[in-house]
Design a protein around this ligand. Structure first.
Ligand code: MN
Length: 204
């Protein structure tokens, strides 16, 4: 897959790469099986960044409450700027005064399948995104099964979407992984542990 740098203009404009350790987006390679990642981000408002690899970038939504495994729960998902593919492995602390300042962990991730392409109308992920209805099957460490993202109301440019678990054998209203499984799938650490470590380093 061709890596599209122009899509990352907004991402780059918001950041000073001399100050943040976030990736600049020059080395991303598409995968045979597209990836998804959910990053827990302790910025001024704690949220979960839900990202799907679509046509060479990570399409991104900020989900304040995080994803649910309960199909009766709808979670607000605000569209944010495209992120580079390398961002899927980013974990660390962005300086407070920078854009998105705070600590980021990789809360979940893996590969996904495009359900719309498989089951009904053969829509690609980009077409699904443009139509405002994305249906994916996640193969994550914490989350599995079908999830739908729906663009709600307003103009095409409105950034408000909803994230919802689909009804399938992976749905489970009793689970609540956002609170019971808070740690990173990369480092096994929680955001609080990373912050405590950083504070320790500063105090030495
Ligand atoms: Mn974020």
């Amino acid at each position: 897959m061709v890596y599209d740098k122009d899509k990352l203009n907004e991402y780059r404009k918001k950041r000073d790469f001399k100050k943040t350790t976030e990736p600049g987006g020059d080395n991303g390679k598409g995968s045979d099986r597209p990836r998804f990642v959910i990053q827990k981000h302790d910025a001024s408002n704690l949220h979960y960044d839900f990202r799907l690899e679509i046509d060479g970038v990570l399409k991104s939504w900020a989900v304040p409450k995080g994803p649910s495994t309960d199909p009766s729960e709808k979670r607000l998902a605000t569209l944010t700027e495209d992120h580079p593919l390398e961002y899927a492995d980013f974990e660390g602390t962005i300086p407070e005064e920078e854009y998105g300042g705070g600590t980021v962990i990789v809360w979940d991730g893996g590969t996904y399948r495009n359900l719309r392409e498989e089951k009904d109308d053969g829509k690609s992920m980009q077409e699904s995104f443009d139509e405002g209805k994305v249906e994916v099957w996640l193969e994550g460490k914490k989350l599995q099964g079908g999830y739908v993202l729906i663009h709600t109301g307003g103009s095409k440019d409105a950034k408000r979407w909803l994230l919802k678990k689909m009804k399938d054998d992976r749905a489970d209203a009793r689970r609540n992984p956002v609170s019971t499984e808070p740690e990173s799938i990369l480092s096994d650490k929680t955001i609080e542990e990373i912050r405590r470590e950083l504070k320790g380093e500063r105090d030495i």
